[in-house]
Design a binder for this molecule. Structure first.
Ligand code: NAD
Length: 421
């Protein structure tokens, strides 16, 4: 049972899972102390000239949790709710995620407190460039490689890459991943997190001896991760019965055409709840508790808590978002027999293809999309099998198994390197 004072503090949630896994592993006290904390963190104050002539100052963070297994890797989030504790938790999760899928990166994360919906393209570009300039000594292909997250996208990554390259006096594509293909991005990166979620859902169905055809899925969040997960799953024969974004949700037990919905929301730029072939409108929280076989939260943290976990009707919870479930909800889900695919495994498709992008940039040789997807499939299948087998062997929840596996890999690398003091 996890112990936390404030259930909704994601850093506490991350720490509680780390503690449980470390205890099960009998991790040495020194290593425990070292891995519990971030390696370093910075706050930057970003002056930006706004379109109306005002000077505004935005607050940004970057946290390096670990560089033990390689350069640190993690997204940049633009959101009004960003806090240093949130960025710390997300950075630690990146360390464990990279270790679960066994790619040679440590963990980092960044964030800027701002609301992209209320900023012009020019303002967003200036925030991104100044944030990058402030972190010029932190970033680098061998140091820290950012990627998109909530509120940032391919364009943001292009600006980061360009700003970094201008300072270095040469184009450095490998400083960032999730870039547009024409400037060193990888084929398949945009879809990778959603595709990886589908791959682990396929594995879970196989494991639980359930059928894919007609398997009902609810997806909360219809941004990069959620919309691709919903669309790919719809096209693969799953039945997407519920979808939600910040504007509200739709539920239709006969299924929704997620391909058309993606066009409606992302090409036509219309509100999700107004989708003409939709269903019953409801709040984006209520949709989580409707009948389904797979629940895929792909929006933000703390959606499933000790107050509502008992309402989850899904047999499988595939955590596409980072931290959608609080530590106090874990035992309730377990008691109710929900098969949890934890975030550090479920959404690792994104960082895996980011790793492929970094490799391709450094080689200057780009792979075909089916090559990227085949390699991704291999990583996701292997990692799923490993976590589920480990959970069985150690009689722990999948989440704790994933943490144990990850902590053990990082601790082993740390012991080999030794402590430089
Ligand atoms: P995004 O900004 O592209 O999309 C976020 C979506 O969530 C939007 O549709 C938004 O409307 C919706 N949303 C926000 N708050 C909501 C709420 N309260 N209820 C319902 N919907 C809400 O972000 P993204 O890149 O898709 O990231 C989503 C999640 O996946 C985050 O937790 C992120 O950390 C995680 N993640 C992203 C990647 C990636 O490759 N982008 C990789 C791994 C994990």
């Amino acid at each position: 049972m996890a112990t936390v004072k404030n259930e909704l503090n994601v850093y506490e949630s991350a720490a509680a899972r780390f503690e449980l896994a470390a205890q099960k592993l009998s991790l040495e006290p020194g290593l425990y102390k070292y891995l519990q904390h971030p390696n370093k963190e910075i706050t930057v104050y970003i002056p930006v000239g706004m379109d109306d002539g005002r000077l505004e100052v935005f607050i940004g963070y970057r946290v390096h949790h670990s560089i033990v297994r390689g350069p640190c890797k993690g997204g940049i989030r633009f959101d009004p709710g960003v806090t240093l504790d949130e960025v710390r938790a997300l950075a630690a999760w990146m360390t464990w995620k990279c270790a679960v899928v066994d790619i040679p990166f440590g963990g980092a994360k960044g964030g800027v407190i701002c609301d992209p919906a209320k900023l012009s393209r020019g303002e967003l570009e200036r925030i991104t460039r100044r944030y990058t300039a402030e972190l010029i000594d932190w970033f680098g292909p061998e140091r820290d490689v950012p990627a998109p997250d909530i509120g940032t996208n391919e364009q943001t990554m292009a600006w980061v890459m360009d700003t970094y390259s201008m300072h270095m006096r040469h184009t450095t594509t490998a400083v960032v991943t999730g870039k547009p293909f024409d400037i060193g991005g990888s084929r398949g990166r945009k879809q990778a997190t959603g595709r990886g979620c589908m791959m682990v859902c396929d594995k879970a169905l196989e494991h639980l001896k359930m059928k894919k055809e007609g398997c009902r899925v609810i997806v909360q969040g219809f941004g990069n991760v959620g919309s691709w997960a919903a669309r790919l799953m719809h096209e693969a024969g799953y039945k997407v019965v519920g979808v939600a974004d910040i504007h509200g949700a739709l539920y239709n037990e006969n299924g929704l055409d997620a391909t058309k919905l993606m066009d409606w929301v992302h090409v036509q730029r219309k509100p999700l709840p107004e989708f003409p072939q939709g269903g019953t409108k409801m709040s984006s929280t209520d949709v989580l508790f409707q009948p389904c076989d797979i629940l895929l939260p792909a929006a933000t943290e703390n959606q499933i808590t000790s107050k509502n976990a008992h309402l989850v009707q899904a047999k499988i919870l595939c955590e596409a978002a980072n931290g959608p479930t609080t530590a106090l909800a874990d035992d309730i889900l377990e008691k109710n027999g929900v098969f949890v695919i934890p975030d550090i495994l479920a959404n690792a498709g994104g960082v895996t293809v980011s790793y492929f992008e970094w490799v391709q940039d450094r080689m200057g040789f780009f792979w075909r999309e089916n090559e990227v997807n085949e390699r991704l499939q291999d990583v996701m299948d292997r990692s799923f099998n490993y976590v589920v087998r480990y959970a069985g062997e150690h009689s722990v929840q999948n989440r704790i198994a994933a943490y144990m596996l990850a902590i053990d890999r990082v601790a082993t690398a740390l012991k080999m390197r030794g402590i430089y003091a």
